[in-house]
Ligand binder design. Structure first.
Ligand SMILES: [Ca+2]
Ligand SMILES: [Ca+2]
Length: 232
């Protein structure tokens, strides 16, 4: 049989060892916890970086699409100005030829020349807006009229009720020509323009007389007259 003192000392030793083992485990656990916290913090920081990066990329994308639409608009504006300039040059060229005494009376086939313009007398049921586009398709515009002589020429050639380029679509009662030329002559039928219901905003030349009437733009007339400048 062992001595009691020995047994006590043995148990005490075991207890000490056990305690120190427990402490080691605790410190190991604490270290692990620290590691986990560190990893969690890193994950958090990565996530926040990720969302920052995403925002940055989205910002870049928006900038890029802004730039694209900006440059598209600029290109459009430039091509509009170029077109206007070309028209101006063409007009000036003709002015110059006239000033030099040249006669500008060349018109495309099926067009009729009078003074400085060529006229196309379109036929077939068209609303005003359709007639406008039909002229545009021919690289022309609905006609504008500026003198009794021009009116007389048109009255002789337009046998049907015909759409022209005079309209007060923007401001009621303020008639303007589509080609931007001044309203310096008129040939209204007595009592016109009367803007009858449901609102008459497009001028037609009456076939029988050539006199003017403001008509309902969506009426289908049988005729329409286009103009372009004669070439030299
Ligand atoms: Ca009107
Ligand atoms: Ca009328």
């Amino acid at each position: 049989m062992e001595e009691p003192t020995y047994v006590v000392s043995q148990v005490s030793k075991d207890l000490e060892r056990h305690k120190s083992e427990q402490m080691a485990q605790k410190s190991e656990a604490a270290q692990l916890l620290k590691k986990i916290e560190k990893i969690q913090a890193e994950q958090k920081s990565i996530k926040s970086h990720e969302s920052e990066l995403t925002r940055y990329l989205e910002g870049l994308g928006a900038d890029l699409s802004n730039l694209k639409s900006q440059s598209l608009n600029e290109r459009r504006a430039a091509s509009d100005s170029l077109e206007r300039l070309q028209e101006e040059v063409a007009k000036l060229w003709i002015e110059l030829k006239i000033a030099n005494g040249s006669v500008c009376n060349t018109c495309p086939e099926k067009w009729i020349n009078f003074q400085r313009k060529c006229y196309y007398f379109g036929e077939g049921a068209q609303m005003w807006i359709q007639a406008k586009y039909a002229c545009n398709d021919l690289h022309a515009q609905l006609v504008s009229i500026h003198s009794p002589e021009e009116q007389d020429f048109l009255s002789r050639h337009a046998k049907k009720d015909s759409w022209t380029g005079l309209q007060d679509l923007d401001v009621e009662g303020e008639f303007i020509w589509l080609d931007g030329s001044p309203v310096d002559y008129s040939n209204w039928r007595p009592g016109e323009p009367n803007n009858q219901d449901p609102g008459e905003n497009c001028m037609m030349m009456v076939g029988s007389s050539g006199q003017w009437n403001d008509a309902f733009c969506r009426s289908q007339l049988e005729g329409w007259v286009c103009q372009q400048l004669a070439t030299c």
